[in-house]
Write a protein that binds this ligand. Structure first.
Ligand SMILES: Cc1cc2nc3c(=O)[nH]c(=O)nc-3n(C[C@H](O)[C@H](O)[C@H](O)COP(=O)(O)OP(=O)(O)OC[C@H]3O[C@@H](n4cnc5c(N)ncnc54)[C@H](O)[C@@H]3O)c2cc1C
Length: 464
């Protein structure tokens, strides 16, 4: 069978769904979505059972449908802040988006359990059928940023026979408590696993945390929607700009950002070199600080009974410890490439670490932009950050994009309406208090100086 479609979207993950939803709202185009997995949602279909979003549900997903109930959590580490959808909620949500929003338009087809091949065909892994696809307008590649999660990645360390080394999903299924849990990896999954173990009543001294590099974290309080958090967000944004302006050097920048409350770290005596957009609350950070067995000896090479062999030394563990592999890269840093590329769209982030907002905006720019040069001028790609240096470049490019967007009337209006825009203040200027007016003016007045300083740091890093 041959398929004719205006747009072919490779990948029905969060990015593909946000792109399709936006295209459906603003065009009459026909859309074909192809995904290797059975259900939409991409990697969320393979996530561990206690996974949650790290950002409020209120600005995640697709533009046309709310995710969650916009409630404030009253219990747990996120208490006092807007709800974070669980993995099952995210999966159910994307299924509903497909079934209730996209398919009923009669313009969208979804090919699950299917592989898109470079020869332009779709192969069903179940029926074995092949379809030739004829794309009238563009092919949208949402797989460029890649991504590996614990359940599907290949370990980079060896595990001796009879050692228990499990994924976070397997950890949630264990039947017999261990005397010790060794968490391998200090990214967001490692944080989730440590917090989950503590929540389950595991004592902090039963946890060993292998941390090749310390990371800077974002305080989730500064990343909340609506007018309820307007003061916090305004103050934080002004303090962050002032911190950037005051920074005397790249090194000093991070001290200033920490002082301003923009970034946090696990151990105040150790300067992190990693930055991966992980968000935590102060309460969660305090819980993590109760874990004292932190192994800072580089990457793990091999696990023996009672021993971890790492790049820079050996660490003794208890017999029969359960090792939890949280070392998957998550989203790797790939080289940025132009998003609009003739008959292809390579979906990447255009606002730092906001994949669904980015995919939706890229779709909108596809609709309202004139040609590739114009569209690319509105959407500089931002690779996922991994290092402290990336904090500077991602902040700078995000600012550059934001400036371009607000100068474009159509995009400015779209942003005002878009539920995925985390930077919307939620407070109309007419409702501001005099104090808020002063802070809003301060924010405006510090923006360009901070932006110029970031450019200085970015150029300085490039020249080294
Ligand atoms: C624990 C965890 C928590 C996270 N929390 C947040 C958060 O709070 N906020 C946030 O913004 N992000 C978060 N993320 C990041 C998350 O990766 C993104 O939100 C988003 O799910 C990425 O979606 P995607 O569509 O870009 O990629 P994926 O989910 O990887 O989807 C890509 C899809 O494309 C398919 N595909 C690729 N190539 C082909 C092909 N040739 N043929 C067929 N199918 C193909 C794949 O099978 C896959 O299903 C989190 C990630 C993790 C691991």
């Amino acid at each position: 069978m041959s398929i004719n479609t205006d747009y072919l979207i490779i990948g029905g993950g969060a990015s593909g769904m946000a792109f399709a939803d936006t295209l459906c709202t603003h065009t009459n185009a026909t859309i074909t979505i192809v995904d290797r997995g059975h259900s939409p949602g991409g990697h969320w279909n393979h996530a561990y059972p206690f996974v949650r979003l790290h950002q409020p549900s209120s600005f995640y997903g697709v533009p046309s449908k709310e995710l969650g109930c916009n409630e404030i959590d009253t219990v747990g580490g996120n208490k006092g802040l807007y709800e974070l959808a669980s993995g099952s909620e995210v999966r159910g949500y994307f299924q509903q988006v497909l079934d209730q929003k996209l398919l009923p338009t009669g313009r969208v087809r979804y090919f699950g359990n299917s592989e898109y091949r470079d020869d332009g065909s779709i192969y069903s892994k179940v029926s074995g059928k092949e379809h030739d696809v004829s794309v009238r307008i563009k092919t949208v590649d949402t797989g460029y940023m890649g991504g590996a999660i614990p359940a599907t990645h290949t370990r980079k360390f060896d595990v001796n026979a009879n050692i228990s080394c499990v994924s976070p999903s397997q950890l949630a299924e264990i039947q017999n408590a261990a005397a010790q849990y060794v968490i391998i990896g200090s990214g967001k999954t490692g944080i989730d696993v440590c917090l989950w173990l503590l929540d389950q009543g595991v004592r902090p001294d039963q946890i060993v945390w292998v941390m090749p590099r310390d990371a800077w974290f974002i305080d989730r309080r500064g990343f909340q929607p609506t007018a309820d958090f307007y003061d916090d967000r305004l103050h934080l944004a002004v303090k962050e700009n002032e911190a950037i302006i005051a920074a005397g050097s790249f090194d000093d920048l991070f001290d200033q950002l920490e002082h301003a409350g923009s970034l946090m770290r696990l151990d105040r005596d150790i300067k992190p070199t990693a930055y991966k957009c992980a968000t935590v609350t102060i309460k969660e950070l305090e819980a993590l600080r109760r874990i004292k067995n932190i192994v800072r000896l580089g990457h793990l090479k091999q696990i023996f009974e009672g021993q971890l062999v790492l790049e820079n030394g050996v660490y003794t563990t208890r017999e029969n410890a359960i090792h939890v592999d949280c070392s998957a890269t998550g989203i790797p840093k790939v080289n940025a490439k132009p998003i609009y590329d003739n008959d292809r769209i390579h979906v990447q982030c255009v606002r730092t670490c906001q994949p669904t907002f980015s995919a939706a905006l890229i779709a909108y720019i596809e609709v309202v932009g004139t040609d590739d040069t114009h569209k690319n001028s509105l959407s500089a790609p931002i690779p996922y950050p991994t290092d402290d240096k990336d904090w500077v470049s991602q902040k700078f490019i995000s600012g550059q994009n934001q400036l371009a967007w607000v100068q474009n009337e159509s995009i400015r209006n779209w942003l005002k309406e878009c539920r995925l825009d985390a930077l919307k203040s939620g407070q109309s200027p007419s409702k501001r208090t005099p104090e808020q007016d002063i802070m809003a003016l301060k924010l405006k007045n510090t923006f360009f100086a901070a932006y110029t300083k970031l450019q200085y740091f970015a150029d300085d890093m490039k020249s080294k």
